[in-house]
Design a protein around this ligand. Structure first.
Ligand SMILES: *Cc1c(COP(=O)(O)O)cnc(C)c1O
Length: 456
């Protein structure tokens, strides 16, 4: 039997709704606060940055939110994404576990990110927006939004974190091919960028800084809005197409995961695969273990504090309660650029606090080793970010082997690594090291967290 599940390219199988976990949470998400008043932000506070349809999704507690037909129509280009069983990896590991993976690398940009980029471009277009500004780490989000912008005739400006801009020139070429403008961040184009460059001219950049720059541009212009590729509730919502499809596909395979694994940068691909399953369990279904895998060099879930913090470095965003390393923390320039963010999605942080998920951290070289083992057995070369999920899944499979348990593992292979070959060359040449973050910088960033009064 083929190890690819028979899953017809039947458009009926593309979900008609996104799943909103806020409908099923036993405890509501803490409110987003205005940093000036410390009061919950209202829709008007967010209106300069986002179209109203997305703001409504941000606070919605409706379980199912309809996917607009024009968005579903574009999803048809690559969705439903395949679910595979990794039989050759299982064999190589000698594990009794069954390993399934959902492959999001089949999208035009090569990762899960277009799932939300297309939706965000659609709602902005509906609101008459002509230009979107955004940040990107490794470049996956920038290329996804550039792709979506091309489809909806929206100009896209991307601030790319300097270290990735230099490491991954082909990502920039892809963004430009889709018609976007790509600027290395910190840049001289914004006040927040200039402020950082004044302190350190060769600053490697960070997602927090790039967000400040993109937000600054969007706030200045009526026809420009901001788009974020992770962290926010509406982004996680759009990514639930991944898990909703996986639920159907697991049912077709007559299997159900005992363990779900995803990598976490801002939390969106992890939430995308996990939340629909967690929702099933909150409504009385089976309760899988759910494991978030993060980089040991930027460990917000395992080493951060659960506290109110800014989403960006220049403190232009509202305050959200999340696991954070502090908004001034600059993670080392390791290769999984998409995982270099100081915070974690408030929803992922919240479900962690509720005990619905676990988190582990691994170093980059052991993750690359896992990715190479995956490529040599299953054929797909994962994105460096996705290597963390592969590593997490392999560790679970080896645990099953030690314990003699035939569990079912499902992980999200959130993107391919075809634009990340420099990282693989460096790995093969033994040039990758396991960078440690600076403990004193972390302590300083944490001590700078804003003080927020506990609600009465
Ligand atoms: C952006 C990205 C990530 C990190 O973002 P999340 O919101 O945590 O998913 C991980 N993997 C890939 C392939 C990405 O493009």
């Amino acid at each position: 039997m083929s190890n690819r599940l028979k899953y017809l390219l039947d458009e009926e199988r593309i979900p008609r709704h996104w799943y909103n976990i806020q409908a099923d949470l036993p405890k509501a998400l803490p409110p987003v606060l205005h940093p000036g008043t410390m009061q919950p932000v209202g829709p008007d506070d967010l209106a300069p940055l986002f179209p109203m349809a997305l703001i409504e999704q941000e606070v919605s507690t409706e379980r199912e939110i309809e996917i607009p037909e024009p968005v579903r129509d574009i999803y048809r280009l690559w969705r439903p994404a395949p679910l595979f069983r990794a039989r050759r990896l299982e064999k190589a590991l000698g594990t009794p576990a069954k390993i399934f993976y959902k492959y999001e690398g089949v999208s035009p940009a090569g990762s899960h990110k277009p799932n939300t980029a297309v939706a965000q471009a659609f709602y902005n277009r509906e609101a008459g927006i002509k230009r979107l500004s955004t940040e990107t780490g490794a470049g996956q989000w920038g290329s996804s939004l550039a792709f979506a912008g091309a489809l909806f005739d929206i100009d896209v400006t991307v601030f790319q974190v300097r270290v990735s801009y230099d490491q991954k020139p082909y990502r920039r070429a892809l963004m430009e091919s889709y018609g976007a403008r790509c600027i290395a961040s910190p840049s001289n184009e914004t006040a927040s960028g200039r402020a950082v460059l004044e302190r350190r001219a060769d600053h490697p950049g960070s997602l927090g800084i790039a967000i400040s720059e993109a937000v600054e541009i969007a706030a200045q212009r009526e026809d420009t809005k901001y788009a974020l590729g992770s962290v926010l509730n509406h982004v996680l919502l759009h990514q639930t197409v991944v898990g909703l499809e996986a639920i159907e596909q697991m049912r077709m395979a007559d299997a159900w995961p005992d363990v779900i694994v995803g990598c976490t940068g801002g939390g969106s691909n992890f939430a995308g695969i996990a939340f629909p399953f967690i929702g099933e369990s909150l409504r009385g279904g089976a309760k899988p273990r759910v494991v978030a895998v993060e980089p040991a060099a930027c460990p917000s879930l395992t080493r951060g504090r659960y506290a109110y913090d800014f989403g960006d470095t220049a403190h232009l965003t509202p305050l959200t309660k999340m696991h954070t390393l502090g908004s001034t923390f600059t993670p080392p320039g390791f290769h999984a650029g998409g995982l270099r963010y100081h915070g974690m999605a408030p929803l992922v942080s919240h479900v962690k606090e509720l005990g619905l998920i676990e988190a582990v951290a691994y170093h980059q070289t052991e993750c690359f080793a896992a990715g190479v083992q995956f490529a040599r057995t299953e054929g797909i070369l994962p994105a460096p970010e996705a290597n963390h999920a592969v590593k997490g899944a392999i560790e679970e499979a080896l645990r099953c082997k030690r314990e003699g348990r035939a569990e079912t593992i499902l992980f999200n292979l959130c993107g391919h690594g075809h634009f990340d070959m420099q990282a693989y060359s460096d790995y093969a040449a033994g040039k990758l090291s396991d960078q440690q973050y600076d403990e004193s910088e972390l302590a300083m960033a944490l001590s700078g967290l804003p003080s927020v009064p506990e609600p009465a």
